[in-house]
Write a protein that binds this ligand. Sequence first.
Ligand code: GDP
Length: 311
Amino acid sequence: MIVALAGGVGAARFLQGLVNIHREDDITVIVNTGDDLISYGLYISPDTDIIMYTLAGIVDEKKGWGIKGDSFNCLEMLRRYGSEVWFNTGDMDLSTHILRTKLMKNGLTLSECTNKLSKLLGVKIKIIPMSNERVETRITSEKGGMSFQEYLVKRSAKDRVTNITFKGINEANPAPEVIESIMSADLIVVCPSNPFVSIKPILSIKGIEEALIKTKSPKISITPIIGNKPVKGPLDKIMRGLDLEISAFTVANFYRRFIDAFILDESDQNLEDRIVSLGIKVHLMSTLMRGIKEKMQIANNVLRIAKELKK
Ligand code: GDP
């Protein structure tokens, strides 16, 4: 079983390549839910949805979120009513949130809902939210505290981030099968995701990082940074705010307690020696995943590196 730790877009791109070269039912994805929000009473799980829509082949690849060809009539009508709407959800996308919320009201856990929705969309990969308890990623900035979606979407990531916290993290338990799948995995992949807002919440839930350290399987991480810039999203702004060096080295260093190998973009070869000095094997390659060929190539490389690590 391959187990992947995932945020949104970068993870979805990698997984799209992986499902083309590996049996879908032999892949489990543990997804960040710190970015989840409740809007108009609806439970929205952005990272889970990006992954689910991508694997179901219905994601809007241009936007990087939502469903392709979706309309936004409901939001327009809400605006006509004078409502302040800042989190964009298309009409088809809304049906996911409506159904999830209904299922949760009927007593299903978030993992049960995720399982049900992804099966209904024909996704065979097992998608598990990191926890069934609510964890909320909170951004502290010079403008005060706010949720991650307020920071990213409502305020367009314009505030200087001075701290990131995860409300509810100490009470949250890993969702069923999270620890078991890590412990029995043949390979763990940390997808190209934002380390500080997407992967850190997963690692901060009790028992998860310990399980990653303990498990005997090879552990490989793929850089989310190419040429000292993230491919997408606010990672550079967040790192600058936190006074961190904006480079793949910082990412590798952050995962150093458990990863065996780090996939570094070939344009960042100058960082290789520093990452190797952390005791991490470095593999250089092109890591930009535009088309399916590039996605499959990275996935192939990950499987090859895993084999080498097992020798
Ligand atoms: P975000 O920071 O809120 O967008 O959170 P995510 O966890 O979804 O992070 C997406 C990360 O994936 C960003 O840091 C991107 O740089 C990275 N990413 C997206 N597409 C690619 C790609 O094609 N190649 C690589 N190496 N990274 C990617």
